[in-house]
Design a protein around this ligand. Structure first.
Ligand SMILES: [Zn+2]
Length: 136
């Protein structure tokens, strides 16, 4: 929703100014600059509101940056599972978790528990371990 008011939500100053500028995001030592960001800014207190499009781009860029640093567990799990040529249900059964667990992880709905992810990465390097797990 684009706000039509030109009143600053922070200090109440009337006369927010439309600006187009660059915004640099930083996370975990990485940074990314977004160009052509549109927003309204308060000349009094410096408060700023991005317009809808810029706000969406800001959020996406931030999520992308976090993924770049932390890795993307959803993509990791999918890649490893496909490499092992297993369905989500088969993998769930090997690990003794609910049938839909891997579907949720791969869609990014649920963040997988860290030990599970580590175990999968271990199996990724040593695929024969999967046989051992299935016997447990
Ligand atoms: Zn203000």
């Amino acid at each position: 929703m684009i706000m039509n008011t030109t009143q600053c939500p922070s200090c109440g100053h009337k006369g927010m100014i439309d600006k187009v500028l660059e915004e640099t995001l930083t996370y975990g030592g990485k940074s990314m600059t977004l160009h052509d960001m549109h927003g309204r800014f308060c000349p009094e207190c410096g408060e700023g509101i991005w317009d809808e499009e810029s706000c969406r781009r800001y959020t996406e860029a931030q999520e992308g940056l976090v993924r770049a640093i932390k890795g993307d567990p959803a993509a990791d799990i999918r890649r490893i599972r496909r490499k092992l040529k297993l369905t989500q249900a088969q993998l769930a059964s090997s690990f003794g978790v609910g049938k839909v667990a891997f579907s949720r992880y791969e869609r990014g709905e649920t963040r997988p528990p860290a030990p599970l992810l580590k175990l999968l990465k271990l199996i990724d390097r040593h695929p024969d371990l999967l046989n051992e797990i299935e016997k447990m």
